[in-house]
Design a protein around this ligand. Sequence first.
Ligand code: PEP
Ligand code: MG
Length: 329
Amino acid sequence: LEKELHGFRDLPAITTDNVRVTLRGNLEMASEFPVSRKHGTEGVGLYRTEFLYLGHNETPSEEEQIEAYREILTEMQPESVTIRTLDCGGDKIVSQLNVHDEANPAMGLRGIRFSLSEGNLFRTQLRAILRASVHGKVRIMFPMISGVVELQRSKRILREVQLELTRDGHAFDPDIEIGIMIETPSAVLLADVLAEQVDFFSIGTNDLIQYCLAVDRGNEHVAYLYEPLHPAILKALQMVCRAANNAGIDVCLCGEMAGEPIYALVLLGLGLHELSMNPGSIPRVKRVIRRLAKSDGEVLLQDLQQLQTAKEVSSHLDRKMRELLPDIF
Ligand code: PEP
Ligand code: MG
């Protein structure tokens, strides 16, 4: 099997009805480059920058960050790298930064809220990302956006930083694309409005499931309720994909769901043509996509919409996948 999977390295993820799906990697450090190369990652759909801030007493300087970003951009040339600005707080505690004692950290000062409350730290990161953009194709992504105001404040700060860099004579890509993570229920409900104001969406199902179903993603006592195939999640995904489609912007899915081959047909049916996952998951997902038709996904999705519980959805999907690919499922 390993040999068969390795054989997919240089083949495109293309469905039997000729839909090309881009499979990108979720990465956070240079030590992951060899694995990513081995599996034929098509650029980085989610570069988590928390790692740069972990385990240091000081926050990383502009120059240190430029170096880290340059390294990953150079590695991924000519593919793009989507750099997510710091997403600390909640389950991602950066001890020197998350100094508040929060009773409910998942709903506390995390993600973009934290960055907006720490203007200097945020500006330094944006300066570094922009200055690194001369080394390859970068996209900037904001985490945990819950409404228009956070997006507009973030974009305003980005514009100020761009002016500052121009004034100081630093080069950067003036057309850098801006996107947001869709991982809060409010962002789903406002997806049509948000889609008019960004270049792309990336759906973070890890958090989206947690917040939509009110189930702590790390709490074993309620883990049985953490259901990616919950009918409410399917509806949410559909709203986001429709809004992105209507606005003509890219939409990627970068939560753990992307890396599970069993979900591939559902994701195709939703109209997702870009998935970002652990590089190690790419060959298995690619193997499945190459044997599925998007049109089958669309029919499947209509059937799933008639069902009322995650268990029913899951059994239906299992049956369908076994029928289509009996040697795999
Ligand atoms: C997500 O929430 O799905 C996601 C990709 O981000 P993280 O897992 O880093 O919160
Ligand atoms: Mg998240």
